[in-house]
Design a protein around this ligand. Structure first.
Ligand code: GAP
Length: 513
């Protein structure tokens, strides 16, 4: 656990030191759980968004993208169920005066048991060496099976209590498990209460005529209310999808773990409208598609897993999370939900307008079913950033910190370094930049010895360094150094663009899907 904490602290400080993420309003001591994306962070975030948009909208003939407003008519949230049911169960500790999400306290308790299972697996793997069979061990080792049964019993009870709104039982569970306040160690808990997560705001200048609005807690509703407009104007035939990316706001009880859980965040969502009865098929298809998208970035199959929901949201008939192994353990990165016709029907009811699709072949109208894929852009950022940050010991015993961002997403693709600040080398470096800048973000760096500059770019995540030296004056060639392998090649200046393009072109990455 301490090792995980250390790694996470490293991620947070590296993100600041290398211009990825700053605390919002830092000069005023910051605003809790609100962050600003800095010069490199904004680029990385934009690249992730593009990577998603291309895979979703550009590469699917039957998916189009929109950009709906953050502010929506307040009845939207009545219809969607958010006014009545978008709550989290909160509990206060009377001694520390700290507030927690009751379900998260229980889940964290289970994560600790999961940590014990992982320890047993590691120990056994060491003991049995090559003969170790993890699957078999997990299903036969008495202690591990016991731990897993305990987790299942706890989570199943939690799921049922939440579904039945039995908050007294959630509190009883916390007491039975003897869960203590992580800060004070106290078991002095209040009752569990529901807390609505939507941020309210007002539209209009005068106090009496102002209208109460909400900042959207998900982008999905902007898609639902535009379903028929898009279908008609785009002449879309079912099955088809509408995608969008944008800000969402939730007054999280406990916003924590850096950008993992924030009050202002960005979602990338897609609603896929299908014929009733076919939703199960499409749900499976989208599970597969989305996992392929993740794996195309090369961050390791072992770092992802599906977690099917036991407790389904009020609108879903199936739901799963794609979980990623963050520095603090496996947690939700993306949700895939089969949302039935709940939302469109609810908007029909509350607006009095028909939101139906006319199927010309079957000559019938129906309210489509919806399969949704919903991923947090900030969470995806954290997954990529934390997974990429590694400390390496090199062959000569020296250490380097390297941010192995997938090259396609790296904020800066290359740094151009004149070996010295004189003899015409800076001028050649500038010329190379002037050519490359039409295709890539490139930077110029002439400060410090070249070895230090390499290390600086490694830590910033730049996939290539291009060094101009005295030989360049003679042979028109430069040294191109690869961040991950540290390999150096001598190449013609005119070939540099193509070498970089080969590694960073989105086309090649998306073709891995
Ligand atoms: N439209 C469905 C929906 O909003 P969700 O599971 O509540 O479903 C989808 O959210 C995704 O949005 C999550 O998988 C997560 O990646 C991201 N997300 C949710 N709350 C977040 C928060 N407070 N901070 C950062 N990301 C969040």
């Amino acid at each position: 656990m301490a090792k995980q904490d250390d790694q996470f602290k490293k991620v947070v400080s590296h993100a600041k030191e290398y211009g990825y993420i700053f605390q919002s309003s830092e000069i005023y001591d910051g605003l809790s759980a609100v962050y600003d994306y800095a010069q490199n962070g904004a680029e990385l975030k934009k690249n992730i968004r593009n990577y998603w948009w291309k895979a979703m909208v550009q590469m699917n003939e039957n998916i189009v993208g929109i950009d709906a407003a953050i502010l929506m008519h307040p009845t939207t949230w009545k219809a969607s169920g958010h006014v009545d049911a978008f709550n989290d169960p909160l509990i206060d500790n009377k001694d520390s005066k700290k507030r927690y999400r009751a379900d998260v306290l229980v889940e964290d308790y289970c994560a600790k048991i999961e940590g014990k299972i992982e320890k047993e697996v590691k120990k056994a793997a060491k003991r049995f060496g090559d003969a170790f069979n993890k699957e078999e061990f997990l299903s036969t080792n008495g202690r591990v099976v016991g731990y897993q049964e305990k987790i299942n019993t706890i989570l199943s009870r939690l799921g049922k209590s939440l579904e039945n709104e039995d908050l007294a039982d959630v509190k009883a569970l916390i007491e039975e498990l003897e869960i203590v306040d992580p800060i004070s160690g106290s078991k002095n808990w209040t009752e569990v209460k529901q807390f609505n997560l939507m941020f309210g705001t007002k539209l209009g200048a005068s106090a009496d005529s102002a209208m109460d609005l909400y900042l959207r807690p998900e982008t999905a509703q902007g898609i639902f209310v535009n379903f028929l407009n898009v279908q008609k104007t785009g002449r879309m035939k079912i099955p088809f999808g509408i995608a969008q990316t944008g800000k969402a706001f939730r007054n999280e009880i406990v916003a924590r773990q850096f950008i993992f859980r924030q009050r202002e965040f960005e979602q990338m969502e897609m609603q896929f409208f299908v014929k009733p009865g076919t939703q199960k098929e499409w749900y499976e298809q989208w599970k597969e598609n989305r996992m392929k998208w993740h794996l195309s970035l090369g961050m390791g199959t072992d770092n992802y897993r599906f977690h099917d929901h036991e407790k389904l949201a009020h609108y879903a008939d199936a739901a799963t999370d794609i979980e990623f192994k963050f520095p603090f353990g496996f947690k939700e990165l993306e949700g895939i939900h089969s949302r039935t016709d709940f939302d469109l029907k609810a908007h029909e009811k509350f607006s009095g307008k028909k939101l139906q699709y006319f199927d010309h072949e079957a000559k019938e109208s129906y309210v489509p079913y919806v399969v949704e894929t919903s991923i947090g852009l900030d969470r995806m950022f954290l997954a990529i950033f934390s997974n990429s940050l590694v400390d390496e010991t090199l062959e000569d015993g020296s250490e380097r910190t390297v941010l192995r961002l997938p090259a396609v997403l790296a904020p800066t693709k290359a740094a151009v370094l004149p070996l010295v600040k004189k003899d015409g080398l800076p001028e050649i470096a500038r010329k190379i930049i002037d050519d490359l800048k039409f295709d890539f973000n490139v930077i110029y760096d002439e400060k410090d010895a070249v070895g230090r500059r390499y290390r600086r770019q490694d830590a910033a995540g730049t996939p290539f360094c291009i060094t101009v030296d005295h030989d360049t004056l003679e042979d028109n060639m430069v040294t191109i150094r690869h961040r991950d392998t540290m390999e150096q090649q001598r190449v013609k200046i005119e070939d540099v663009r193509e070498i970089i393009m080969k590694e960073v072109d989105m086309r090649a990455w998306l073709m891995k899907m």
